[in-house]
Design a protein around this ligand. Structure first.
Ligand SMILES: CC(C)(COP(=O)(O)OP(=O)(O)OC[C@H]1O[C@@H](n2cnc3c(N)ncnc32)[C@H](O)[C@@H]1OP(=O)(O)O)[C@@H](O)C(=O)NCCC(=O)NCCS
Length: 218
């Protein structure tokens, strides 16, 4: 892989052990909006590979990701292998009324949980790790690093509602189920909407559907 200028010019934030498939240690670094924009094609190639989507979807998603980099509250992290290869990334931004995902999730939460979760929330829009590097703590480190830096009260995300590595990781980190089996327009797969209150506690267990941001049952 080509390591573009902006990708090399990063602030090294986390070099704790936890490599992938004998490749060595991955470094978790902060990415600004312009850095993700410059690396969007490479990052979304990882998105397509990790999600097992056709290659062309990566190019489409790169256009969207570049647009996201100017959203309020944007924050991103990248994971690099020892040779400077991008092996994973995660990013998000403040979720707001009028955004496609926000308005649909508000509808889902109104039915199944407390919509106050959407107030002052960071939408974790994408998080992906190359298959060879998965299962070695990189996804966890990307989320923990983001959670420690953003000023929001909650992190929200949606993920296919199935027993996936992603779902297991989110629950392990303390994300709770806010909506299950939700159908987004244009996708036949059921999705789950998950939420995590910030600051992040040590690994918490799964919590029940319907919990409020303050921790009280709705
Ligand atoms: C989801 C994804 C980003 C997670 O990144 P990752 O580096 O693989 O995740 P991690 O290694 O940090 O954690 C995942 C695994 O470790 C487990 N885990 C993480 N930290 C743990 C800990 N401290 N103790 C126990 N288990 C832990 C998780 O439960 C999961 O384990 P399992 O698959 O063996 O059940 C990555 O797997 C991926 O790209 N998947 C495909 C694309 C995708 O689904 N993206 C998200 C869409 S919403």
């Amino acid at each position: 892989m080509r390591a573009a200028g902006p990708m090399r010019n990063h602030l090294c934030m986390d070099l704790d052990p936890g490599g992938g498939a004998g490749h060595g240690t991955a470094a978790i670094v902060e990415w600004s909006g312009p850095m993700l924009a410059a690396a969007a094609d490479e990052a979304m190639r990882i998105y397509a590979i990790a999600m097992n989507y056709p290659e062309y979807t990566g190019a489409q998603r790169a256009v969207t990701a570049r647009r996201h980099t100017t959203n309020d509250g944007f924050a991103a992290r990248a994971a690099f292998g020892p040779d400077g290869t991008l092996v994973g990334f995660g990013y998000g931004y403040t979720t707001k009324p009028g955004q496609w995902w926000h308005d649909l999730v508000r509808r889902a939460l109104t039915k199944q949980a407390d919509p106050r979760w959407l107030h002052d929330a960071f939408e974790l829009s994408e998080i992906h790790v190359l298959p060879d590097w998965q299962g070695h703590g990189i996804g966890r480190r990307l989320i923990v690093s983001l959670a420690a830096a953003i000023p929001h009260s909650t992190i929200l995300l949606s993920t296919p509602d199935a027993d996936t590595r992603a779902f297991r990781l989110y629950h392990h980190l303390g994300f709770v189920d806010l909506a299950r089996n939700y159908l987004f327009p244009g996708d036949t797969r059921p999705f789950a909407v998950l939420g995590l209150r910030l600051p992040m506690a040590a690994a918490e267990g799964n919590r029940a559907v319907g919990q409020t941001p303050s921790g009280k049952d709705s």
